[in-house]
Design a protein around this ligand. Structure first.
Ligand code: NAD
Length: 262
């Protein structure tokens, strides 16, 4: 490895277990020399994250529920006390009621629309505002999205709308924070076998379809997504902001399925 992240410190949000995209990213950033802190959602997740954090040399963990301002404030206060400043934040957080990730989009409830957008989109804005205060020398903010934002993907439903709002937020945040040399980007992986991924109706079929039809005939891997995060968080990404970087084996370029699969 090239030590691309040596001397940089950052917060990883959204590790639930060792299949989480956030964990793949944490591993890649650690391998390049980054010092990491982790946020987790409540005690039960904390127990799972603790050994993972320890395995990459981190004992800096904060309990943050992004729907709770007080927990966000307290978490960032801990980071400020311990480190003083931050170089990057990875936001890999999304939520929607599982019952609405199946069936028809038209049946989206007001309550789940509000929750999904609050947790999956607004939380990134909330985090960006707090993180920017700890980035006097500039930095990098990375979130995770999915192409269901701009192409209809059966059962992705309200999450597609949340991801569209998130991607637009990436561009507005990039413009706001650019003068402070804070870059804001999103990674858009193809389907992954994670807790959140499994909650979406037809997840297995989506996974298989992408694998069978993507130009590379492969799904994204935690390593490939991690490598993209290293690029965006390291100085190699110094002039990239407001971007959605797609890591899906090329699936998004297709106009139709491969002939052998028709
Ligand atoms: P995951 O279940 O491992 O991670 C989701 C995380 O969101 C969990 O750690 C959970 O604790 C956290 N979270 C949910 N609500 C929260 C709240 N109120 N406060 C704090 N944390 C909260 O699943 P994942 O697939 O690794 O998801 C990470 C990101 O990647 C999400 O934004 C997801 O939409 C995105 N993504 C996933 C896929 C996929 O197929 N799995 C594809 C593209 C993008």
């Amino acid at each position: 490895m090239a030590n691309l992240m040596t001397g940089k410190r950052g917060l990883i949000m959204g590790v639930a277990n060792d299949r989480s995209i956030a964990w793949g990213i944490a591993r890649a950033l650690h391998a390049e020399g980054a010092e990491l802190a982790f946020s987790y959602q409540g005690e039960a997740f904390g127990k799972r994250v603790e050994p993972l954090a320890a395995s990459v040399g981190s004992d800096l963990m904060i309990d943050v529920d992004v729907t709770d301002d007080a927990s966000l404030d307290a978490g960032f206060a801990v980071l400020k006390d311990r480190w003083g400043s931050l170089d990057f934040v990875v936001h890999a957080i999304a939520f929607s009621d599982k019952n609405e990730l199946t069936g028809r989009f038209i049946n989206t409830s007001r309550e789940n629309f509000r929750n999904s957008l609050t947790i999956s989109c607004y939380s990134f804005i909330d985090v960006a505002r707090r993180a920017a205060e700890l980035m006097p020398q500039g930095g990098s903010l990375v979130t995770l999205t999915y192409q269901g934002s701009n192409r209809v993907t059966p059962f992705y439903n309200v999450m597609g709308v949340a991801k569209a709002a998130l991607e637009s937020s990436v561009r507005y945040l990039a413009n706001d924070l650019g003068p402070q040399q804070i870059r804001v980007n999103a990674i858009s992986p193809g389907p992954m076998k994670t807790l959140a991924g499994a909650a979406i109706g037809g997840a297995r079929k989506t996974f298989k379809t992408t694998e069978a039809n993507a130009p590379l005939r492969a799904n994204a891997t935690l390593e490939a997504i991690g490598g993209t995060a290293v690029y965006l968080c390291s100085d190699y990404g110094a002039c990239t902001t407001g971007e959605i970087v797609i890591v899906d084996g090329g699936y998004h370029v297709l106009g139709m399925l491969q002939p052998e699969n028709l």
